[in-house]
Every structure is written in structure tokens, then in C-alpha cells.
Design a protein around this ligand. Structure first.
Ligand code: ADP
Ligand code: ADP
Ligand code: MG
Length: 662
């Protein structure tokens, strides 16, 4: 076994790999960019080496620097994690040339599966079923459209070299094909430096079911069963579970055999995932093979009682698979939720910022220690930056059966508290408890189809939440002044005066009254009244007695804003402080600004262009997603302020626009 490895990644996966390495007595070397100097993975590893600038291209993708760091540190092997260099065959070759073990498959297997098109050709030969489509070399636009017409619409265009959902375009009609092809090619070129595409029949209501495979250098190859990753947004996984609901033993064997055949066809070694798209009748087709450890590998670990990173290390060191097919069994049910810094209400747009407050559920809060696991790459105080994936953590739970796993996931999500940026925690909670997901009515369109149920109208803050906000305000005022009852804000000892307060919550303005009484403070609201007493606060934990009932919750205050975690929900209340808001102005609206820091990838109009409302004007890329900026109204683009390739900061004005007066 190795005695020192370098981890060529960051975030949760770097911490995850380091955890196993430590357990096996292997020293770990972290690498980090300028943006990650104080990152959790750096603190977590035994040693750390700086490798360059914040942008991934200047650090985590710099193969030569990473290899030099491994050599300087005296590491014997490199674990690439996922993303970054994990599926880069040239990097695997360079490791070998430098005398380092690449903890992953042989470069030849990465190459064989690296192009979705070439992989499909190979799988066809190996007898693995494929989605109807065209995956050949001919990239002529007219020819590709003929192929699409032949398989009939809707069709899906994919970047051959693609990943991460990038470049994919659904085409509904032949008339739309040319435009979709151009935009798919542009995104493919921009993201992967390769504009080749393939065409596939777009399946209706499919499920994404993938098989975890593992092979060693002694000729063994096993399937560690399936994961169902059907719940997706933008073709990216949101929830992953194992086993797949409704899976029969025969189908599991058929899919496992197909996946093992796929792995064997390319001489696979190590951890890999064969992704299939399945129809509701159970028929399944090969989609692609991911030649690395997958984000969602923990659900497989939970149902098989394995540590797949340990398996990777053992296999890379030349050992046999710890368990062979006949020794592998499924136990219970596991589910993973990806907790992202993003705003589900705004089309899942990634968000950035500092994690001012972060509380994650821990095993100790549950009855058993092995039923909840949090894989996190960040701590309270860390920032989610625009440079990398906006994942905060993965939450993984296990249960005897699906119902128990779902119930535990709902509980764990209710204990997950984040202040400082938008997250999908509340959305995940609604998703897990939604009717279609509970009933396992799974397909990749679940989120879109149940949009109204998953995005309900905001609720007015209930009385306990208003009580907590008032208690937090009273406590902060009493800290600010030795004599809280004699402030400008209207307190009087005689008890006859009511202080009027206004808070804004998600539903609008909430008017409250507070009156001082002998035994406490009387809170009057449109939702009823309560007597508040016994206020106290330790850090973010606030306690108050409401009509004699003790209530404790996390309340994070900053200035006049209160973030309250109560009843498994996050409530945000802003106090309309009559003093603080004097003199503030509305920021001018209608400006065409960058929604987040990023890079301009395409200008779709020239200066002087007359456009209609909704006309796409430019495309920027940020956090591995493309964002199209559209005309807000009919008008004229008077000036383009940036060129293709320019970096822009959040809020930067991108172009000047003159609205046409009617
Ligand atoms: P990526 O490299 O981005 O992971 P995949 O080929 O694995 O790309 O596809 C990602 C997702 O897109 C799938 O999980 C599925 O939801 C959807 N998808 C892919 N191919 C098809 C298809 N032919 N029909 C319908 N949906 C598809
Ligand atoms: P999965 O199907 O497991 O989600 P993906 O291919 O979408 O796999 O990507 C795996 C992970 O790696 C994702 O979290 C993705 O955001 C990240 N990732 C993919 N490509 C890159 C890249 N070039 N730089 C940084 N992270 C990446
Ligand atoms: Mg995929």
C-alpha cells in the first residue's frame, strides 16, 4: 500500500479521500489555489502545496504543477477525485511517465470512454443496447439534420466530449434544428475545445439508472448494483438513491451484466459508472461511462457496507477487489441530497457568498450513528466563490427501507441551517416529502412537472417566528444600551405604551405591537397574541418563553435582518428600522448587468442593433453554466461594453441599452 498520496482536487471529495487515507495510515498532500488558501481540504490533509491562481485553469487543471508537487512532496500516487483532471487521459499518462500511480483507470480506458460518440460505437460492438441516434464522424449540418429527421423528434443534441449537462439541446421540430446545433457546437467548443456532437432520440419520461462497477488488475470485475439518479434539474442530479425503486432482481442482473461487459470491453480497472437511460417499461440503453468515482458514490457505500475510496487505493496498489460479485449484497436503502449554493426560485441560479452561519446535521442527533453522513468541503465562515462548483455538502442517509430513509432525510434537512447565501435546502425538503417522490413516481421530468407543488407560495411567518424575531431585537437593543426600556424606540415603564414594529417577511410587511407588562412583553399580531419572557441568547441559539412555553431556535442577526430556523424551515425577517433607512435610495432598474461574476462567451448583436423584447443579446458563462442576457424591452443596443473572453464582475453593466418609447 502507498504511504503518501497527493489529492488533486478540492472541496468535499478531497476531504472524503483524505478521511479514508488517514484511516489506512496513508499520509495526504493537498493542493490548493489562491482562492483556497484557508480551505477545509487544506487544513484536513497532512501537507499542502500551492499550485496557482484561483481559476481552475491556473491551478486544479495544471497537470504539470500537480505532478511536480507530488514529486516534491514524495507522494507515490495521485487521487484525482471527480471533475478537473479525473477523466483526462493525458494526465494519467503524465503521472505514469513521472513514476506516479494515477488512482483511476488506465489512460486507454479513459480515452475509449472520453468521447460519448466513440464510446457508443464501442458499446454497440460489445452488444450493449444504445438509444437510437447518430454518433458517427460526419458533422455536416445538413447531414446531421437528416439523421435527426430520420429518428424523428424530439431529439437530443449532445457534445461528444461533453459532461456536466453542458451543450445539451432538446430539439422539438426540424425547423429548430439548425439553431440548436449551432448553439450546442458553440458551447461544446467553448467548454471542451471540441465542437463535435451526436444526435439521440429524446426519450419521454425516462429514468436515469446507473451501475457502479469496480475492476482490479487480476481480471475481476463486479457490479455494486444500481443508483437511481432520475431527479434532476438542467440534466444534473439533485437526489440519488439506491436501490432503484421497482428494480427487479432479473433487471438488476441484466443491467449489471451490461455494465460489466462495457467495462471489460475497454480493459477497465478501478471505480467506474455506467450510466443508462431507462424507459418506464424497464428497457434500458447505454448513455455514457464516467471513468472515475462519482459524486453520488456514498449511497452505494451505504447499501453495500463498503468504502469505495479504500477499494480504489487497494486496486491502484495492485491488490484484488476486497469483495467479489457473489459476496456483495444490498442492505436497506440510501439516499443522497446535493446541498448547493443556488436559488431554486430563480431557475437554480448558483449563488456565491460567505457561509455566515452553517449548521449541519450530525449523526449524534439520530438514534444510530451510521444512518446520517455529511460530506462537506466547507466550514462556517468559508466562502462559496464563483470559481468552482457551488456545492456546499452532500447529505446521505440510510434506512431499513425507502420510507425510513426518506423520513430521516427530511429530518436531517430540517436541521441544515445556512445563512449568507441562497441554498436549495428548503427546496430539497419539499422535494423529499412531495407526493410524486414519496410514491417513487420517478423520471427526469419530475421537478418540472410538479413545479407548482414544489414551489408553493410563501407563507406568512407564524407567531413563534415573530416572537423569536422580537426577542432577538429586544436582546440586541438591551445589549446596545444599559437601559433597554428608555430608548428612542418607544419603551416606557408604565406599560401603557405600545411600540409599533414593522417586519418584512417573504409575504410582505408584518405590523406588530409590543407592550411592556409586569411579567414580560405582550406581542400583538394579526395572527394572535402571546406573552414573551425569559429572553436569553448563547451565540446563535436564542431562547424565549412564549406564553410560558420555552422555545429555542437558531437566530442569526445581522444589522436589522433576522434569519430564523424554526419548524424545519428558514424564515427571513427584516426589521424596518425607522432610523437606519432614512436617506436610502432605490437602485436604478432596467440595467443589463451580470447576474454573477463570469466570462463573456458570445455577443449576439452588434452595437446599434434594434431589438425586440426578449431578443438574446449576449451569453456569459459563470459557474459552469451559460446565462443568456435578453433585451428587457424593445429598443436599441447603443454600446457593447465587453468583448468575448472578458471577465466581468457581479453587477457589472454589460451593455448600454435605450428603451424605445411607445
Ligand atoms: P452528462 O455528460 O452531462 O452527464 P449524459 O449523457 O449522462 O450527459 O446525460 C445527462 C442527463 O441528460 C441524463 O441523466 C438524462 O436526464 C438526460 N438525457 C441524456 N440522454 C437522454 C435521452 N436520449 N433522452 C432523454 N434524456 C436524456
Ligand atoms: P455527475 O454525473 O457525477 O454529477 P459530472 O460529470 O456532472 O458528474 O461532474 C462531476 C462533478 O465534477 C460535478 O460536481 C461537476 O460540477 C464537477 N465538475 C465537472 N467538470 C468540472 C470542471 N471542469 N471543473 C470543476 N468541476 C467540474
Ligand atoms: Mg452523465
Amino acid at each position: 500500500m502507498f504511504n503518501k498520496i497527493l489529492i488533486a482536487n478540492r472541496g468535499e471529495i478531497a476531504c472524503r479521500v483524505a478521511t479514508t487515507a488517514r484511516r489506512l495510515g496513508i499520509r495526504t498532500v493537498a493542493v490548493y489555489s489562491e482562492a483556497d488558501t484557508g480551505a477545509r481540504h487544506v487544513a484536513f490533509c497532512d501537507e499542502a502545496m500551492a499550485i496557482g491562481g484561483a481559476a481552475a485553469a491556473d491551478s486544479y487543471l495544471k497537470a504539470d504543477r500537480i505532478i511536480a508537487a507530488a514529486q516534491a512532496a514524495g507522494a507515490q500516487a495521485i487521487h484525482p477525485g471527480y471533475g478537473f483532471l479525473s477523466e483526462n487521459a493525458a494526465f494519467a499518462d503524465a503521472c505514469a511517465a513521472a513514476g506516479l500511480v494515477f488512482i483511476g483507470p488506465p489512460a486507454s480506458a479513459i480515452r475509449a470512454m472520453g468521447s460519448k460518440s466513440a464510446a457508443k460505437a464501442l458499446m454497440e460492438k460489445a452488444g450493449v443496447p444504445l438509444v437510437p441516434g447518430y454518433h458517427g464522424e460526419n458533422q455536416d449540418a445538413v447531414f446531421l439534420q437528416q439523421q435527426a429527421d430520420k429518428i424523428a423528434y424530439p431529439v437530443l443534441l449532445k457534445a461528444s466530449a461533453g459532461g456536466g449537462g453542458k451543450g445539451m439541446r432538446i430539439v422539438e421540430r426540424s425547423e429548430d434544428f439548425a439553431a440548436a446545433l449551432a448553439s450546442c457546437q458553440r458551447e461544446a467548443k467553448n467548454s471542451f475545445g471540441d465542437e463535435r456532437v451526436l444526435v439521440e432520440k429524446y426519450l419521454v419520461r425516462p429514468r436515469h439508472i446507473e451501475i457502479q462497477v469496480f475492476a482490479d488488475t487480476h481480471g475481476h470485475c463486479a457490479s455494486l448494483f444500481e443508483r437511481d439518479c432520475s431527479v434532476q434539474r438542467r440534466h444534473q442530479k439533485v437526489l440519488e438513491e439506491a436501490p432503484a425503486p421497482g428494480m427487479t432482481a432479473e433487471r438488476r442482473k441484466a443491467m449489471g451484466d451490461a455494465a460489466v461487459a462495457a467495462a471489460r470491453a475497454v480493459g477497465y480497472v478501478g471505480a467506474g459508472t455506467v450510466e443508462f437511460i431507462a424507459q418506464q417499461d424497464g428497457s434500458f440503453y447505454f448513455m455514457e461511462m464516467n471513468t472515475r468515482l462519482q459524486v453520488e458514490h456514498p449511497v452505494t457505500e451505504m447499501i453495500t457496507g463498503t468504502d469505495l475510496v479504500e477499494w480504489q487505493l487497494r486496486v491502484a496498489a495492485g491488490e484484488r477487489l476486497p469483495l467479489l460479485q457473489q459476496d456483495l449484497k444490498i442492505q436497506g436503502h440510501a439516499i443522497e441530497a446535493r446541498v448547493y449554493a443556488e436559488n431554486p426560485e430563480k431557475g437554480f441560479l448558483p449563488s456565491t457568498g460567505r457561509l455566515q452561519h452553517l449548521r449541519m446535521p450530525v449523526a449524534a442527533e439520530f438514534t444510530r450513528e451510521d444512518v446520517v453522513r455529511v460530506d462537506a468541503g466547507v466550514r462556517e465562515g468559508d466562502a462559496i466563490t464563483p470559481y468552482y462548483d457551488p456545492m456546499i455538502a452532500k447529505l446521505i442517509v440510510w434506512g431499513d427501507d425507502r420510507a425510513q430513509a426518506l423520513a430521516r432525510m427530511a429530518q436531517a434537512l430540517a436541521r441544515f441551517e445556512v445563512v449568507g447565501l441562497s441554498t436549495n435546502v428548503a427546496f430539497l425538503g419539499r422535494l423529499i416529502t412531495s407526493k410524486p417522490f414519496s410514491a417513487a413516481e420517478l423520471d427526469t421530468g419530475l421537478i418540472e412537472r410538479h413545479h407548482d407543488e414544489l414551489f408553493p407560495m410563501a407563507m406568512p411567518s407564524p407567531l413563534p417566528v415573530l416572537a423569536l424575531a422580537c426577542a432577538a431585537l429586544i436582546l440586541s437593543e438591551s445589549q446596545a444600551s444599559a437601559d433597554p426600556w428608555s430608548q428612542t424606540s418607544g419603551w416606557r415603564m408604565n406599560g401603557s405604551l405600545t411600540r409599533r414594529l414593522s417586519f418584512m417577511d417573504a409575504t410582505g410587511e408584518r405590523l406588530l405591537g409590543l407592550a411592556y407588562e409586569r411579567t414580560g412583553v405582550r406581542l400583538n399580531t394579526d395572527r394572535g397574541t402571546a406573552l414573551l419572557s425569559d429572553f436569553s441568547r448563547t451565540g446563535h441559539q436564542l431562547s424565549v418563553s412564549v406564553d410560558g412555553q420555552a422555545l429555542t431556535a437558531s437566530v442569526v442577526s445581522s444589522g436589522d435582518s433576522f434569519q430564523i430556523f424554526h419548524g424545519g424551515q428558514h424564515w427571513s425577517l427584516d426589521w424596518s428600522n425607522p432610523i437606519a433607512h432614512a436617506g436610502e435610495q432605490e437602485v436604478g432598474s432596467g440595467r443589463l448587468t451580470a447576474p454573477m461574476p463570469g466570462k463573456i462567451v458570445a455577443l449576439l448583436v452588434d452595437a446599434g442593433a434594434q431589438v425586440d423584447k426578449g431578443t438574446p443579446l449576449l451569453i456569459m458563462e459563470a459557474m459552469k453554466m451559460e446565462h443568456t442576457i435578453n433585451a428587457p424591452s424593445q429598443g436599441t443596443v447603443t454600446e457593447l461594453l465587453y468583448a468575448v473572453g472578458d471577465q466581468v464582475t457581479e453587477g457589472a453593466q454589460l451593455l448600454s441599452f435605450e428603451h424605445k418609447e411607445n
